[in-house]
Design a binder for this molecule. Structure first.
Ligand SMILES: Nc1ncnc2c1ncn2[C@@H]1O[C@H](COP(=O)(O)OP(=O)(O)OP(=O)(O)O)[C@@H](O)[C@H]1O
Ligand SMILES: Nc1nc2c(c(=O)[nH]1)N[C@H]1C(S)=C(S)[C@@H](COP(=O)(O)O)O[C@H]1N2
Length: 174
């Protein structure tokens, strides 16, 4: 079974102050787009770098997720450490994901430049950061998703398929 990790990184969501809207939004978009069978591996944790790194490693190495999507903790605030944790656990960074998501987000809010969201590869797992704002989830994930299945092909992961009416992905012809 294809597994996809979703980690909501938020002190308030993990304390139950917020409902986990961003994480649920990721699951609902993936459910709408993907036609292959898959299952979410879901975590809600505080902005603690050690815990976040341990959770990313668990979802990548022990659970075998081909993709791990994080929400929140990408900004400049003192406790925002999601990009640092991502860099610490990845062997390769994929800066194009962050660049494209910021460019898209700027169409909606000038504060898009405050997100340090990035992506990287840990072994056979792509780790992708999204901002924590519920409205940012669809705006960011839909703009980078067309490249995600091919990225997962290239790192030796499972073949992700989508409903082309809802999410058209791109795989270059070999
Ligand atoms: N479940 C939610 N419902 C409504 N707004 C949310 C929710 N989660 C996040 N947000 C909004 O997105 C912003 C950024 O979210 P993020 O998770 O990065 O940080 P945070 O919620 O401030 O985290 P923390 O609780 O760790 O400070 C929040 O300030 C809030 O405005
Ligand atoms: N699409 C989109 N991107 C966005 C935003 C948003 O509302 N929509 N908020 C910005 C703001 S205000 C901040 S502080 C940063 C970091 O958010 P995070 O700490 O929740 O990850 O994301 C930015 N990117």
């Amino acid at each position: 079974m294809i597994k996809i990790g979703i980690i909501n990184v938020s002190d308030r969501a993990s304390a139950g102050v917020y409902e986990d809207i961003p994480g649920k939004a990721v699951v609902s978009l993936l459910t709408e787009w993907l036609t292959c069978s898959w299952e979410p591996v879901y975590r809600v944790i505080p902005d603690e770098q050690d815990q976040l790194e341990a959770t990313m490693i668990e979802l990548a190495d022990a659970e075998g997720c081909c993709l791990v999507v994080t929400t929140g903790g990408t900004g400049p605030a003192l406790r925002d450490v999601t990009p640092e944790a991502t860099k610490a656990v990845c062997q390769k960074m994929m800066p194009g994901f962050g660049e494209l998501m910021r460019q898209e987000s700027l169409k909606y809010v000038p504060t898009a430049i405050l997100s340090r969201q990035t992506a990287g590869i840990r072994n056979q797992t792509l780790i992708l950061n999204l901002p924590g704002k519920p409205t940012a989830i669809g705006q960011c994930l839909s703009v980078v998703f067309p490249a995600i299945p091919y990225c997962i092909d290239l790192i030796g992961g499972p073949f992700l398929t989508t409903d082309v009416e809802k999410m058209k992905v791109f795989r270059p012809k070999s």
